[in-house]
Design a protein around this ligand. Structure first.
Ligand code: AMP
Ligand code: GLY
Length: 435
């Protein structure tokens, strides 16, 4: 099969790697991809936002199936130009994308269907929002309605701080139109985890859980990032807790989608928090997570390409989604300055020592073990590019180092041992992922 994968981050390198394991794959294109995906397929210089150009490419190259990594093209309605050309694409419809594209609508959906989530109210008027915030206990949470590259959520510790955030969001339009409307909600206390589910519009299948580390610095300090590390499985999440989450949140979500006449085709990401009252939804995303995908895909005990085919052909009900009994730990190596301004074009040193000369990342054996240390490690590229044959930094999150083991601590040790060999100017990372 000829596959077109859209996106350019670590999530897409992980998906490309998963697809490349499939005997059914004949050709893989990645648009636009990064220096890592170029080792697994052919990068195409079309940005993920150029929807009709992507569809034209798929038609011209007779792509059998297109897979979409990031949310922006989904929320922008990428299905439409593909369906007009009769091309198969795995992505939720624009109608379904409100689950991520509008926090106001997503909260209304949760509330309407009685799915556990923080109490909330929505506003477009600064005065009303500020008056409401005064009535709430602190800390309280303020969210921009639309997409804000993972930065549209602020936690106010005091009422004056809440007022300032609301002023920035609603009046100064810190995130443009995306923050003209806001959600104000209760601050939930608990432990966060991410759950991934595949759906073909009729049936759904649990893929697995992971824990994302969002804060920049050790000990969960510093600003929020897009995700600076991840682990899978989630060590504290028991089978009973997972079952309760499925019963209270996952199944009701798909029932609610059906009741609203929304067929959901693709991956649904449940951003969850386990509170003293059980699981609550923090957010939905209409795609795989980054960097959660990097720890999940290597644990998939099924063919990723076959999963996507089963979604496209509405065969998910008969598709088994098992995970390998492995622990995986992903540490993100970030550019100096990330998540704010950062430099690009810095040479990355030490990658060759971790990557076999064929250019293919180390193979993962079925149990994650192998001779000579191979099979314990994967290196996924995120913000990288090739410049005159050299791998250089090209984004805030640069590399993802994934260690494997029979326990989180073993996986963690392997990831950090590998990191000791990599260097680029300004490189920084958390030292406590998985500890
Ligand atoms: P979101 O983009 O909605 O996932 O929010 C980003 C992060 O903000 C989450 O991962 C949480 O750490 C935090 N957060 C969002 N909503 C809440 C809430 N209601 N209570 C506590 N923390 C929250
Ligand atoms: N890791 C969080 C996200 O993908 O949105």
């Amino acid at each position: 099969m000829k596959i077109l994968l859209i996106g350019s981050g670590g999530r897409e390198h992980a998906l490309a790697w998963g697809l490349a394991q499939s005997p059914k794959l004949s050709k893989l294109y990645i648009a636009p991809g990064n220096a890592g995906t170029a080792q697994l397929g052919q990068n195409i210089p079309i940005g993920a936002e150029n929807l009709s150009e992507l569809a034209q490419f798929a038609r011209r190259e007779q792509i059998d199936l297109t897979i979409v990594g990031p949310e922006a093209p989904i929320v922008a309605g990428i299905r439409d130009p593909f369906e007009r050309e009769n091309l198969k694409i795995i992505a939720p419809t624009q109608k379904a994308s409100f689950l991520e594209g509008s926090k106001v609508q997503a909260k209304a959906f949760l509330h309407k269907h009685g799915i556990p989530t923080a109490r909330h109210a929505s506003f477009t008027d600064f005065g009303q929002a500020a008056a409401f915030a005064q009535t709430m206990q602190t800390p309280l949470v303020i969210k921009a309605d639309g997409l804000a590259a993972g930065k549209g959520v602020a936690i106010a510790q005091t009422h004056p701080e809440a007022e300032q955030i609301l002023r920035d969001f609603i009046i100064s339009k810190k995130f443009g139109a995306a923050s003209g409307r806001v959600v104000i909600e209760d601050f939930l206390v608990g432990r966060e985890f991410s759950l991934f589910v595949a759906s073909d519009g009729v049936s759904w299948r649990l893929l697995g859980a992971a824990q994302d580390y969002k804060r920049l610095l050790d000990g969960d300090c510093g600003p929020n990032t897009g995700g600076i590390g991840s682990i899978s499985p989630v060590p504290w999440l028991t089978k009973e807790m997972l079952d309760e989450t499925v019963r209270k949140i996952v199944a009701p979500t798909f029932e609610a989608l059906r009741a609203e006449n929304i067929g959901y085709e693709g991956i649904l990401y449940f951003g969850l928090i386990w509170t003293e009252n059980g699981p609550y939804v923090i957010e939905y995303n209409v795609r795989f997570g980054d960097p959660e995908t990097q720890v999940l895909v290597p644990r998939f005990d099924f063919d990723l390409l076959e999963l996507y085919r089963a979604i496209a052909e509405r065969r998910l009900e008969r598709f088994e989604t098992k995970l390998k009994p492995l622990s995986t730990v992903c540490v993100v190596l970030a550019s100096g300055g990330y998540p704010e301004q950062y430099e690009r074009g810095c040479v990355i040193e030490g990658l060759e020592a971790l990557t076999p000369p064929c250019g293919h990342p180390s193979p993962v054996l079925t149990d994650g073990r192998g001779a000579g240390g191979e099979g314990h490690l994967l290196v996924f590229h995120a913000g990288t590019a090739l410049k005159d044959g050299t791998v250089v930094t090209a984004g805030g999150r640069v590399l993802n180092i994934i260690g494997f083991g029979s326990s989180v601590s073993e996986a963690r040790e392997r990831a950090y041992a590998a990191i000791a060999q990599i260097r680029f100017q300004g490189m920084h990372y958390r030292r406590d992922i998985g500890s």
